[in-house]
Each structure stands twice: as C-alpha cells, then as structure tokens.
Design a protein around this ligand. Structure first.
Ligand SMILES: [Zn+2]
Ligand SMILES: [Zn+2]
Length: 248
C-alpha cells in the first residue's frame, strides 16, 4: 500500500463569494508582519481520509478582487477622457504603460505598483490581468507618471523580486496598442496596421511585416537571429513584439 504524497496546489472556484468567507473563517490565521497591508495567511487543518490521527495544515490563498487594480490617490486630470478606461487606452497613456509578464500569482496590483515606483519612479495605475473568474493569470500592467520611468523600466527588461515568500524573475516590456498604424520605412508613409513593435530603444515603433523587413536595422540572418552588433545592450537589440504573443 502506497502513501501518496502530493506536493502542489489546487484552484478552487466557489459558486458564491460567501463560501470563500466561510472557509476563511474556519482557517487559523497568521499575521504577516512583512506586509503592511493588514493581510494575513490562512491555514486550514485537514484530516487524512485513512487515519483521522493524521492532520495536515494547508494554506488557503484567497484572491481579493480589489487587489487586481490600484490607482494612485493623487487626482490625475482626466484630460477630457470620459472614463478611466478610455484614458488608459489612449496613446498618451499607453506610451507610459509597461506590460509585466511571468508575474507571481500572489503579487497584488498595490505591491506591483510599489515595486515599480521604488525602482523606476511614480506610478499612476497598476492592474493584474485576471481570467473570467477574476483570478490572476500571471501578467499585468503599470502606468508610470513620467515617460522617463517608462524607459528605465523597459530598459531593465527583467526584474528579480526576492522576498520571504518567493523569488521570481519578472519580465517588463512595452505595453502595446492594437490600433497603431505602421511607422513606414525609408521615409515612406504606410497605411497598414503596425502589428510588430520593435522594442529596441532605437526604434520603439510599430511596423507592418513589409516595413519591418525594409528597415536596415532589422536584417535577419539565416538562423532567424537578429543581426545585431555583438555586445550591444539588450535594450538596443531589435526584437519584434506582438500584442497577442504575450500570453503563451
Ligand atoms: Zn508598413
Ligand atoms: Zn528596430
């Protein structure tokens, strides 16, 4: 007879929010002193089915829906936009927005904003992407107040978050708009949609497939590897990003 030891996690989606409250009530709690947001850790005692004498404590991690978004308390002028959503999708805002990938599931929008603020400068808004059940899917975005912070974050590209709960390398890329026309090539206008964004600090522009290839900086070797100068900083390497290629 085997004793199966499972190390891992499961997701549980309840039909009612009340059930989450009930399970948290049953849990024992441990206040987390490293966080100043008043949150605590929840542990549930479970009994093995075979022998009731075996007790195990499992951690329950609820996701608070309000943790998906964080907005700076300062009142930013809406600048004539009807809603926040409209403002966030404006070109002016997208030019200050970074996409965050490979995010740890326990990072809240507030924590993400604070990390980015400390490293790169003031943050206006942060959001964690969620699935249809409003549970985090491992990506998010941050809107900086200044373009300077945006460029600092994009240049960094990768960030290692080390705390007592986890250690993880997160990825920072420009947040892309899906409705920008191609920047053209060789001084020629182009009316195509710019489906590829060149993340090199020398470009930082949207191109269609044709104009991408026409750009002398985008010469591709036979291996498909960018023909960049050896030893060039990663932020200067011409690398195409696509809006729909973010989520693997
Ligand atoms: Zn084009
Ligand atoms: Zn380029």
């Amino acid at each position: 007879f085997y004793e199966l030891v499972v190390i891992g996690f499961v997701y549980a989606i309840y039909e009612n929010e009340e059930s989450v409250r009930q399970i948290l009530h049953t849990c024992s709690t441990k206040t987390d002193r490293s966080l100043d947001d008043g949150r605590c850790e929840y542990y549930l005692e479970v009994f093995s089915q075979r022998t009731t004498s075996r007790r195990k404590s499992i951690q329950i991690i609820p996701w608070f829906v309000e943790d998906s978004q964080w907005l700076a308390e300062t009142d930013f002028p809406s600048n004539g936009y009807g809603s926040w959503e409209q403002r966030l999708n404006s070109t002016e805002c997208i030019n200050r927005t970074v996409f965050i990938g490979a995010l740890h599931g326990m990072v809240t929008a507030y924590a993400l904003a604070r990390i980015c603020q400390e490293l790169f400068g003031d943050v206006e808004y942060a959001a964690i992407d969620t699935d249809r059940n409003k549970y985090p899917i491992g990506s998010g975005r941050v809107v900086f107040v200044n373009a300077h912070s945006y460029y600092a974050a994009v240049t960094a590209n990768y960030l290692m978050i080390e705390c007592d709960k986890f250690c993880k390398v997160i990825q920072i890329d420009p947040y892309l708009s899906d409705s920008v026309t191609c920047a053209g090539a060789n001084g020629q206008w182009c009316q195509n949609m710019g489906q590829f964004f060149c993340r090199s600090l020398k470009c930082m522009k949207y191109y269609c497939e044709t104009c991408w290839d026409l750009n002398p900086n985008h010469a591709i070797t036979q291996n498909g590897i960018n023909n960049s100068v050896d030893g060039e900083p990663p932020a200067l390497i011409h690398k195409p990003l696509m809006r729909n290629s973010r989520t693997p």
